[in-house]
Design a protein around this ligand. Structure first.
Ligand code: ARG
Ligand code: ZN
Length: 471
């Protein structure tokens, strides 16, 4: 009797599991990936493994047209999903079938495939689009920088929306092929290596490839008249740099800085371990802005970075990001200290190396020159808020936090930690909590108080970095 009762019950349960009709119905992917600072950035329900961007750009009018092919994998049974994008879309195909689409919000492209996507299945998404990116404003700004002879996509966290549709969040990294058709005589610069270029009908096509996972904000595109220089690094990698032909008085100082990319990357690899990517370099377009950005393998520098003469320190900063930010990327934007604190600390080490002040001296100077009532101390480097992501506190107090760590664990353990992080999380994503755990594991010390004091307290630490060394 008992046996008879159990067997049918078990088979019924198995049937229930195996019967697709009993599975939950496919649901729409979230319009955001869940970042507390930027709830609408990135999307839920799928990941992207590769972007193939085939573009055509006319510098005289700033007209961009393109076809983006995304290789995706559904992470849920998906009835609908979003991409982040701001240009005009004319057609979307999912697995070869026309899909319904509509633009919503500031940068959402909502796509409804003809048939739902099963969890775990791959889908090829093709998006055809066009636009004049400099004319497209989102949240009151455009990250597309117009130059006299072309345009540049560079911005953090936002830049992708103005040139390709994406799952725009650093937690979803992918490889990239970027192919750009421009009028003959104009150059197109992007990440990685130039696999080929060819001309016909008065147009030249440049094919760029980044073969290591790359966050969407680290993808870059520059079109204009550039002088491109090529070297081979001591490790045998291509060093490709590009300078606008229109840099005027900053031309010499820009080249005297960026041409040192190979040397400075070698120096950094002595600290952080092997350089993580297959190419390196930087480009200096003729833009009227005041920042640099660690776009993967091909750093963006505005000419203003070199207005005061050569600036190898900014090159050190952006190259340090290739380990801290690009190879090991953020899981959420609130952890920006993992990028900027370490890139600034690399500049402090460079200063030490150059005999221009040790990291300890720079940390002490920062501490001495910012009194307790300075609003500088109210920004928490470990959680600065979206409006203060690039506040000096994230960089400088962030670097002082790293000096405090160095003093707490000693030089041997400290430099071991600096190398272990990019080794253990290479090409991945991680959090500040992951970093603290790694530092505690290697040092054998509890570092909760130190992290709390230096990263998560909106007040000047009571003791300088050096004093923290002695428990
Ligand atoms: N990560 C950049 C740096 O290395 C900061 C970029 C700030 N973004 C901007 N659009 N200004 O400092
Ligand atoms: Zn930086």
């Amino acid at each position: 009797m008992r046996k008879r009762m159990i067997i049918p019950a078990v088979s019924a349960a198995l049937l229930l599991l195996a019967n697709p009709a009993s599975a939950a119905a496919p649901t729409p992917g979230d319009p955001g990936i869940g970042d507390p600072y930027y709830p609408t950035y990135g999307n839920g329900g799928y990941t992207v493994s590769h972007y193939d961007l085939r573009l055509k750009y006319q510098p005289s009018t700033d007209e961009l047209q393109g076809t983006a092919t995304l290789l995706t994998t559904a992470t849920q049974d998906l009835s609908r999903f979003n991409l982040d994008f701001a240009l005009d879309v004319s057609e979307v195909l999912v697995n070869g079938h026309p899909a319904k689409f509509s633009a919503t919000g500031e940068q959402e492209l909502e796509i409804t495939p003809a048939t739902p996507l099963a969890k775990g299945s791959n889908a090829t998404v093709v998006v055809r689009y066009s636009g004049v990116p400099s004319k497209v404003s989102r949240y009151g700004f455009t990250a597309w920088l117009r130059t006299p002879d072309g345009g540049v996509a560079a911005g953090e966290p936002e830049s992708a929306w103005w040139w390709f549709p994406s799952n725009d969040h650093p937690s979803d990294k992918a490889t990239f092929d970027v192919s750009v058709l421009v009028p003959e005589g104009t150059q197109a610069i992007s990440n990685g290596v130039l696999t080929s270029s060819s001309s016909q009908l008065g147009w030249t096509r440049y094919n760029w490839r980044e073969n290591k996972p790359q966050a969407t904000y680290l993808a870059t595109l520059a079109i204009g008249r550039f002088d491109v220089t090529t070297q081979t690094s001591s490790g045998g990698l291509p060093v490709i740099n590009a300078y606008s032909r229109d840099l005027g008085d900053n031309d010499g100082s820009a080249r005297a800085s960026v041409e040192r990319t190979g040397e400075l990357a070698d120096w950094l690899s002595g600290i952080f371990g092997p350089y993580p990517f297959s190419a390196l370099g930087g480009y200096v377009p003729n833009v009227n802005t005041h920042f640099a950005l660690e776009t993967q393998t091909r750093v963006f520098y505005s000419p203003a970075q070199f207005a005061g003469g050569a600036n190898p320190s900014v090159v050190v900063h952006e190259l340090a990001h290739q380990w801290y930010g690009d190879s090991v990327s953020l899981k959420r934007w609130s952890d920006i200290w993992l990028n900027e604190g370490f890139a600034r600390y690399a500049q402090w080490l460079w200063s030490e190396h150059e005999g221009e002040g040790t990291a300890q001296e720079l940390a002490d100077y920062l501490y001495a020159t910012h009194p307790a009532d300075d609003p500088f101390w109210t920004v928490k480097p470990g959680d600065p808020g979206p409006a203060n992501q690039f506040h000096p506190a994230v960089y400088d107090r962030g670097a002082a936090a790293i000096q405090a760590l160095r003093n707490a664990v000693g030089d041997d353990r400290f430099f071991q930690i600096l190398r272990a992080w990019p080794a253990e999380h290479r090409y991945g994503n991680a959090t500040v909590a992951d970093f603290q755990a790694l530092a505690e594991r290697i040092s054998g010390k509890k570092l909760g108080d130190l992290f709390q004091t230096w990263l998560y307290t909106a007040a000047k630490p009571a003791a300088s970095t050096a004093a923290l060394a002695k428990p």
